[in-house]
Design a protein around this ligand. Structure first.
Ligand code: DAT
Ligand code: MG
Length: 150
């Protein structure tokens, strides 16, 4: 069982695609264990995207992700990181397969609708940036039973 951080980005909120995106991850089989809508500030955005600090697109990336509220969520399930990434598609929507969120719903790399952690280690770090432990559901055993995981 694994957890991943998902952000429904400003373009998705503005286009009214939040429900569609969350729904696709849920229908895939991942479970929501935490969720909130927040306005990211520059400090949080810089920490979240620290690995991209030296990239030419860093400034516009921070500008974009702080431009309006996002939905931050933790999804849980077997291989949640990889399952979410495959459901999202590639970083560049133009290279994403049909059937993926980015491949079906987006066209430009800067406005690719969704963030998903790229490794379990980064997921743990990213989740801690957005959520306290007390904000993540503790009735996981019940969820597992409903989902047939145990
Ligand atoms: P991902 O979001 O698939 O993990 P990433 O971590 O490489 O992709 O990059 C973070 C975000 O930065 C990405 O979702 C969109 C933006 N980005 C990446 N490459 C870019 C580029 N070449 N030009 C503009 N924005 C880019
Ligand atoms: Mg990334």
């Amino acid at each position: 069982m694994e957890r991943t951080l998902i952000l429904v980005k400003p373009d998705a909120i503005q286009r009214g695609l939040a429900g569609e995106i969350i729904s696709r991850l849920e229908r895939r089989g991942l479970k929501i264990v935490a969720m909130k809508m927040i306005q990211m500030d520059r400090a949080l955005a810089s920490k979240h995207y620290a690995v991209h600090q030296s990239k030419p697109f860093f400034g516009s990336l921070v500008e974009f992700i702080t431009s309006c509220p996002v939905i931050a969520a933790v999804f849980e399930g077997p291989s949640a990181v990889q399952v979410a990434r495959r459901t999202m598609g590639e970083t560049d929507p133009a290279k994403s397969p049909a059937g993926s969120i980015r491949g079906d719903l987006a066209v430009e790399v800067q406005h690719n609708l969704i963030h998903g952690s790229d490794s379990p280690e980064n997921a743990t770090k990213e989740i801690a940036l957005f959520f306290n432990a007390s904000e993540i559901l503790s009735y996981q055993r019940e969820i597992d039973r409903w989902a047939g995981y145990s």
